[in-house]
Design a protein around this ligand. Sequence first.
Ligand code: PEP
Ligand code: MN
Length: 293
Amino acid sequence: MDSNHYNDFSLTDWSVPSRVDRKSKPDATQINIGGVCIGGPDVVIIAGPCAIENREQLAETARHVHKAGANILRGGAFKPRTSPYSFQGLGEEGLKYLKEAGEETGMPVVTEVMDTRQMELVCKYTDIIQIGSRNMHNYPLLKEAGKCTKPVLFKRGMMATVEEFLLAAEYILCEGNQNIILCERGIRTFESSTRFTLDLSAVPLLKRLTHLPVIVDPSHGTGLSWMVPAMAKAAIAAGADGVMVEVHIKPMDALSDGRQSLYPEDFVQLVTAIDKVAKATGRELFHAKSSPA
Ligand code: PEP
Ligand code: MN
């Protein structure tokens, strides 16, 4: 697996921004969130619905994914929807349900912040703030996240190169926040059979260029629930530190992204499959050691 003897070949013709550059910090950055370590030797699984729809939906999903072995609960309260007529999220009410479900299951939670004006409110309820693909270039938001004390789950812009992604992460680091989890979530290409093209080659590239943890979101990356397990396993095989997967108790009734959401029982199977891939690459699932399901 050691590819260091290829060092003589220049990887890219651009230079990696300094603070994210692995040369400035050879050791991998490990981020500890409520007892879960991202970027360490173990594989971390983040799961939950696309959007928080109501208290029961979230609580039930949280119980399912926790039992199956998820480490961190996801759920959107402020949703960046393509259409302004689609469900926009429950706002603060949703954040309350998220915090509640996290506390009930003992999982740290992650939710998206879309606007600098929401930062304080979102930080009050969440353990990790997510900056979504559509906001990767929102520099005021990046600077605000850089000043905040919560770790940032930072998604690659769907039209962004890896260089632009790293330069954007540098904005967050420049303001003092070093706890950034990079997330590959698919990019726009000419291919229209899948929602996006999941760029898994970005995983070894990012792992080589930076010290920051790298996770993969195969749900948005493919847009197709049946394809999620294959790409989640491939992500771990490619060296990702974890995956983030959308799970819904009734995908057919989901208010957003039902087509790409797994049924809880399929998520159970996925965790087992990821465990096997992790072991095959000399790793294991985080929960296997710290909180056996
Ligand atoms: C999400 O994770 O809820 C989301 C909206 O993803 P993205 O920003 O990658 O589209
Ligand atoms: Mn979604």
